[in-house]
Design a protein around this ligand. Structure first.
Ligand code: ATP
Length: 247
């Protein structure tokens, strides 16, 4: 397919006070969007995570951001795209906050071993071989993880990060890194993933429906699969139905 990725200075960003979901807002505009166009909101009433789960998005200076990207390699590249987005957001937040932000396969960011941010890539049809991807990002800049089951809540303390600067850097860095990913695939990003991986060489369990698989996390491969050491052998796990937990 023919792609015209605009230089990032051309990215258009809409600022919305209240919206059901920033991803849905862009999904409804496909056809009018260029790669790099984005929106941010102060509040989302129906933000979603994977498999229809809810993303808690109250008012209060957090980041609720979505960006449109036309994927040259089609739907097959969506997994890799999501991992590269995680790396870019982690590095951008590290740079602006000085905090030790990590990635968790496949689509979360962690701080102090707790979920700080979620990434949701949603695909909407194709034009020729291109897939339309909406990249959604929610970051708890001003609040702790809302999960009441976490006993030792640690304040993320990213409140000093300037949100305007953060969005500008995210837009710039995503444009650069996603263009690189389109040309070279995931291979150049594997060392970045290993550097940022919250669970590298740690015991984890994979929840796959009712099944639990235990092993030691060993990073990702070039297809974006999670590499798990089980009984001394490395196995690759991939698929939208897998959730990873520390064990
Ligand atoms: P998991 O994190 O359990 O592996 P997942 O990656 O599939 O699951 P997501 O789709 O990224 O989860 O996000 C939805 C889940 O994240 C919700 O079910 C809830 O547990 C949790 N969650 C919702 N809102 C927030 C938030 N603001 N901060 C941190 N976690 C949240």
């Amino acid at each position: 397919c023919k792609i015209d990725h605009y230089y990032q200075a051309d990215s258009r960003c809409e600022i919305l006070p209240i919206i059901d979901s920033t991803n849905q807002y862009l999904l409804d505009k496909i056809g009018q969007l260029r790669s790099g166009d984005c929106c941010v909101a102060e509040f989302q009433s129906k933000a979603r995570g994977r498999r229809g789960r809810r993303w808690f998005s109250p008012f209060g200076s957090n980041l609720y951001f979505s960006m449109y990207w036309q994927l040259e390699q089609g739907v097959a590249a969506a997994m890799g795209l999501s991992l590269v987005v995680g790396i870019v957001i982690a590095d951008t937040l590290r740079e602006l906050s000085g905090q030790d932000i990590k990635v968790k396969w496949p689509n979360d960011l962690y701080l102090n071993d707790q979920k700080l941010a979620g990434i949701l890539v949603e695909l909407a049809g194709k034009t020729g071989d291109c897939a339309h991807a909406i990249i959604g990002i929610g970051v708890n800049l001003m609040m702790t993880n809302p999960d009441p089951n976490i006993v030792n809540q640690k304040w993320a303390n990213l409140g000093k990060v300037d949100r305007n600067l953060l969005v500008a850097r995210i837009v710039k860095n995503l444009n650069i890194k996603l263009s690189e990913f389109e040309k070279q695939g995931l291979a150049p990003f594997i060392s970045d993933w290993n550097r940022l991986d919250n669970f590298a060489n740690r015991p984890v369990k994979l929840l796959i429906g009712d099944n639990i698989i235990r092993g030691i996390a060993k990073g990702i491969n070039e297809q974006g699969a999670l590499m798990l050491e089980q009984d001394g052998k490395i196995h690759a796990h991939i698929g939208g139905e897998i959730s990873l937990r520390g064990d």
